[in-house]
Structure formats: structure tokens, C-alpha cells
Design a protein around this ligand. Sequence first.
Ligand code: PDD
Length: 292
Amino acid sequence: MSRIAYVNGRYVPISQPSVEVEDRGLQFADSVYEVILVSGGKPVDEEPHLDRLERSMGEIHLAPAMSRRALKLILRRVLRRNRINDGMLYLQVTRGAAPRNPAFPSDTRPSLIVTARRLAPMNPKDLAEGVAVTALPDLRWKRCDIKSVALLPNILAKQQALDAGFFDAWLVGEDGLVTEGSASNAWIVTADGDLVTRPASPAILRGVTRMTAIRLAGELKIPFVERPFSLAEAKAAREAFLTSASATVLPVVCIDEAVIGDGRAGPLTMALIKRYRAYLSKDAAAGKAGAA
Ligand code: PDD
């Protein structure tokens, strides 16, 4: 079955050329996006993802092209047409197509692209094994809170990490503080048992999974502190993990040469993973995902 994408009002095979050559998303990365986890046929945390999309659009001076209701309908149609129960939705909004000129075009409609793909839910055994990350300098711009498709520094860091045998990179600012992963938020558990993640600011993406994890940690009565942490502190942490829509809650068991804890997912991380999975199977399936 060929995959179907939604492109500017039409449902088309994914391989069919359907975006104009002079689309500003292609030529300037003048475009923002969202990635939404799909569990049990439902977009997980749909409202906060669409809130963040609207915010990213607002920050680059793009007005919503349609109502949220219409957009949600499109997401469901893309899922149905691709027969996806567990997977990912990808939404991209560009400033549209116009003769190449950095100035905003005056009469151009934004482009909307939606795709979906299947993704097997993570195996709990693999989850417990955890992943290794390498620390790399954060070379990105100063507005990482905007979910822009201009991801060159992120993908270069990811590839550098993969080439060196790591799962991902944790990005470190000039101040020695960890900002986030190349496509995820970074967390540690200190020797005192505090769960720590960096506060939302223009230096990081305000992860939707991050917000859900903060809420679930609260339900589990895990002591939580929102503050920056250094690479040295992360390497000495008792536990570490990352969060993103696609990876959900993923244990980090090595940071470069430093083994975190005993080199396996720690108890607090596993408790959070368990709680997150319960959230996916109950709340998300009932359409309650994203309810605060
Ligand atoms: N990445 N930080 C960055 C730089 C990200 O790209 C992402 C998401 C996150 C986590 O955000 P969320 O929990 O809302 O997924 C943090 C997505 C999954 C991606 O680009 O594929």
C-alpha cells in the first residue's frame, strides 16, 4: 500500500510531486512542524502539540490557515488512509510558494503537509537496556523554542553521534550546561533522588512529552526540580533519560565514557516509563491525552 500524504487540500501518494519548487519551506526552511505520537489510533497529547504549532507559527508571523477542528479532521483522515494505529504524525506548515526573495510574500497562502507512518511501540526489554549518548557543542540558533524545520545543526549532531556508535547527542552550551538532545529533552536524577530537567526557555524546545512527564512524575510523588545542569553533573548522575514524542521516555545509561548508575535503566526512570505506558494505554486511548 503506498503511503498517502495530505498536501494543501489533497490526499496524494507520498512519492507524487506535490509541493512547488519555490516553496519557502524548501528554499529558506521558512517553516515550522510538529511530530505527534499515535497510540491506539489516537494522536497523543494532540492539544498541546497543536498549541505549540500555533505558537511556533505565531513566532514566525504565520496565521492559522484553518480551524483546529478542520486540522484535527485532516490528521484523522491521514491516519485512516494509511491504516495507522501505532505510529507518528508529521505536520509541516510553510509560508507557501513565491518567487525566491527573503521578504515575506504579500499574497501567498501557507502550505500544509501532513504525513503519517507506522512505528512499533518500544519493547520494554529494549527500554530497560537504555541508550548511550555523546556530548557535543550546541551549535544552534537562539530560538530553539520555535519548532523550526531548520534542523541542520541537529541532524549533523545526530549523525556525528551515530557515526561514533552512540544513539544520540546531548548538546552542551558554551557555559557547560546541557541544553537538550538533538531531538529530545534531557533529564537526570541526582544522588539525592531529585528529578531534574532544564526550565523552558528559548534555549530548548518546550517538549510536549516533557510536560506530560513532569505531570506524571508529580502523580508518582517524585521530587522534581526545574533547573539547568552541567555535563559534569549529568555524568555523575544516578539516572538519566530523554523524552520525545517518538522515543517517549528512554533511559540514558552512558554519556560518553561515563556509565550512569549501574549501566541499566534506574528505578525512577522505569517507574516513569511504566506510568507513561499506562497513560498511553488508558488516557490516550480514551482520547484524554493532553488533558492537564
Ligand atoms: N523532536 N527537543 C528537540 C530539539 C526536539 O526536536 C524534540 C522533538 C524535543 C521533544 O519534544 P516532544 O516531546 O514534544 O516531542 C525536544 C521530534 C520528535 C522530532 O523532531 O522528531
